[in-house]
Design a binder for this molecule. Structure first.
Ligand SMILES: Cc1cc2nc3c(=O)[nH]c(=O)nc-3n(C[C@H](O)[C@H](O)[C@H](O)COP(=O)(O)O)c2cc1C
Length: 189
């Protein structure tokens, strides 16, 4: 299996409106593959404007927020591509689509890096951040997973949050839990 980096991907539509989404970038030698499942705004944007920015951030509220209806994260212009980057990015890579492998479920956009920047220091691993990322992935797949599986995984991940989270991680976690409980309440009605 190739290396996957969990990033916030920014893209733009034909009118220049920015869109942010958490996506795992797949390593492919010296380039990256963006592989959105259909339907996806990121996918439509990459067809309209074949550029993206991969943003590395340790603010896990952005991951949790984007999956729970909180889309308003500040962006600033990138250096080369016509797509903004996340203002809170520790680092970013500017990507140009070089080829597309078509697929009914999950097309793959092969991207080369045309610019990159570093903006803030990486200050160390935090287990609660990893737990929030895992929980965000669960939330993005609630429609595919059983309730038992989701509850079991959340109980396991909650240990790291309880032991190691800071304020941002607790807030991000609360948004995800609120979403899971909301879905469950809806399902049992
Ligand atoms: C860490 C993380 C990685 C993700 N990676 C992918 C991915 O590679 N492909 C995908 O289709 N969705 C992925 N998702 C789910 C998307 O973020 C979610 O479906 C989002 O709504 C994308 O759709 P959009 O392009 O319409 O915004 C990921 C979610 C998280 C939290």
């Amino acid at each position: 299996m190739p290396l996957i980096r969990e990033t916030i991907v920014t893209t733009c539509d034909a009118h220049g409106r920015a869109h942010l989404a958490p996506l795992g970038l797949i390593a492919d030698r010296d380039s990256w593959i963006i592989a959105p499942f259909r339907p996806s705004t990121t996918l439509e944007n990459l067809r309209a404007v074949p550029y993206a920015v991969a943003n590395a951030t340790d603010d896990v509220r952005v991951f949790a927020g984007l999956l729970t209806g909180r889309h308003d994260w500040p962006t600033v212009p990138a250096d080369v591509v016509p797509v903004p980057r996340l203002a809170a990015a520790l680092a970013h890579s500017e990507l140009a689509v070089s080829a597309v492998s078509e697929d009914e479920q999950r097309p793959r956009f092969h991207c080369r890096v045309v610019a990159a920047g570093a903006h803030a220091a990486f200050t160390g691993f935090n287990r609660a951040q990893a737990a929030v990322i895992e929980a965000a992935i669960l939330v993005s797949r609630l429609h595919l997973l059983s309730r038992e599986h989701v509850e079991g995984e959340l109980a396991r991940l909650a240990v790291a949050v309880d032991k190691t989270a800071g304020e941002n991680e607790r807030e991000a976690w609360s948004w995800l839990i609120e979403r899971v409980r909301g879905e469950e309440a809806g399902a049992s009605r």
